[in-house]
Ligand binder design. Structure first.
Ligand code: PNW
Length: 469
């Protein structure tokens, strides 16, 4: 196997607005569902919020310099919807747009390609008050917002992503309630999933109509590599059910223009899916210039008749299952090594997903738009942060990407989650995914050894060895 990546490969890191920016009330920004949720007692670890986060709103230039010093050639970030369009309706706020225009200009000045995500979970609170993603109107509002940002930044941003991980927005936000807005309603979960699909389709159309020639439209999914615990028919059926709700509920409409029939049948007790109007499914299927895959860990499932079976689905603690209509599937902790999230380390899952989506989205280049790991690394007495576990994790996953390329997958880039330690949603500041350490008191940034390792990869296109020990 070659350890060299194709020429032109994008080597980037990824972040999301709410996880890094802070400045929730500056320049006209209004609350998003994550402001409301994180300020609700009991929703995040230690009551953590993104009020300050890592103060990126004020340290943008320093953060771009960090990337430039590491020699990275791409950066995936998200735009905060309530910064640009505070109520989720009406004209854009110029000062909000100016921040992103400044960011993009800084990136371009340093030869770093901006990869812009329109929605990484921070719905304007006013739209949630009107019903949020379970309401069809939200999809139209999202497309209008996409058009505004496209018009404002399309002259300098070539690569656009509509949604980040619509599974998390719907299943964790409206099903298990561990993410904002914290609702626990199985029917609302399915309605939200559909309106996210529809919002993607409408936003992709809106972007196409305003972007100059060469503009690229993508979406980032977090497909689950679902494994059956045994090959028994019941366990295989458990896998089929979860695969439908984790993966095909999005890839069905987005890639094939139709919801899978087994999904409709499995959820028949909850809904007749009449919220899917005629023409919607075709609209969800828009041409994609690339497909973004976010991957961290696989899932292992079995059939279970024991409703009290312990859940190990890695989706956080909730009394409510994220899976609408599923009452007979157990999740199991896979054997072997885990990261600080308790997520099992399984690079083969990455390989399998890349091969699967190569088949399911023929002709569409793939990007790994998130991959990385949380470890509890600390600075040593000299202030140096050694994170050999993260280097091993990255090496193993990049080897899996390389193997998928050898086997025919058209993978064009890798975006490491994350550039720097940040607000890890319900886990607050307790989980560190960064290749740059952030001291959350002083906001001081220190590249970890993994950052230097990754910089070497970006500079050479050749997978460096893993340090021993
Ligand atoms: C992704 N799950 O979140 C997000 O895109 C990032 O914002 C986040 O920081 C990163 O992964 C690490 O967590 C996920 O429970 C959160 O399956 C939860 C799940 C998956 C992805």
């Amino acid at each position: 196997m070659s350890d060299t990546f194709p020429a032109g490969f994008l080597w980037g890191t990824a972040t999301a607005a709410y996880q890094i920016e802070g400045a929730p009330q500056e320049d006209g920004r209004t609350p998003s569902i994550w402001d409301t949720f994180s300020h609700t007692p009991g929703k995040t670890e230690g009551g953590a919020t993104g009020d300050i986060a890592v103060d990126h709103y004020h340290r943008r230039a320093e953060d771009v310099r960090l990337m430039a010093d590491l020699g990275l050639n791409a950066y995936r970030f998200s735009v905060s919807w309530p910064r640009v369009q505070p109520t989720g309706r009406g004209p854009a706020v110029q000062r909000g747009l100016d921040f992103y225009r400044g960011l993009v200009d800084d990136l371009l000045d340093h030869g770093i390609e901006p990869v812009l995500t329109l929605y990484h979970w921070d719905l304007p609170q006013e739209l949630e008050a009107a019903g949020g993603w379970p309401e069809r109107e939200t999809a139209y509002r999202f497309a209008e917002y996409a058009r505004l940002v496209g018009e404002a930044l399309g002259d300098r941003v070539r690569r656009w992503t509509t949604l980040n991980e619509p599974w998390c927005s719907s299943f964790l936000g409206y099903g298990s309630g561990v993410h904002a807005p914290g609702r626990t309603d199985p029917l609302a979960t399915l309605r939200a999933a559909h309106h996210l699909n529809l919002g993607h389709g409408l936003a992709a159309q809106a972007l196409r109509s305003v972007l100059p020639a060469g503009g690229q439209v993508s979406v980032s999914l977090n497909p689950s590599c679902v494994r059956a615990r045994t090959q028994s028919p019941d366990d295989l059926d458990a896998r089929r059910q979860i695969d439908a709700l984790a993966n095909r509920i999005f890839s069905g409409p987005m890639l094939n223009g139709a919801y899978p029939e087994d999904l409709i049948a499995d959820t028949a007790r909850l809904t007749d899916w009449s919220f899917v109007q005629s023409g919607d499914e075709a609209l969800c299927k828009q041409p994609l210039d690339s497909l973004g895959i976010n991957y961290y860990t696989p899932a292992v499932v079995s059939a279970s008749t024991d409703p009290t079976a312990e859940r190990h689905d890695g989706h956080g603690a909730s009394d409510h299952s994220p899976w609408p209509g599923v009452d007979s599937v157990a999740f199991h902790q896979p054997p072997g090594e885990v990261t600080e999230m308790g997520w099992s380390v399984d690079p083969t899952g990455m390989y399998e997903l890349l091969m699967r989506y190569s088949r399911e989205a023929p002709g569409v280049p793939l990007q790994i738009t998130e991959s990385g790991a949380a470890y509890d690394d600390k600075p040593d007495a000299d202030g140096v942060v050694h994170d050999p576990e993260r280097i091993r994790y990255l090496h193993a996953h990049l080897s899996a990407v390389r193997r998928a390329i050898d086997d025919g997958a058209d993978v064009r880039g890798y975006f490491l989650w994350s550039l720097m330690d940040n607000f890890e949603w319900a886990y607050g500041y307790t989980k560190r995914f960064g290749v740059v350490r952030v001291d959350f008191e002083t906001q001081r940034r220190t590249p970890k050894s993994s950052a230097h390792w990754y910089a070497k990869l970006a500079a050479t296109g050749v997978l460096p060895d893993v340090p021993l020990g």
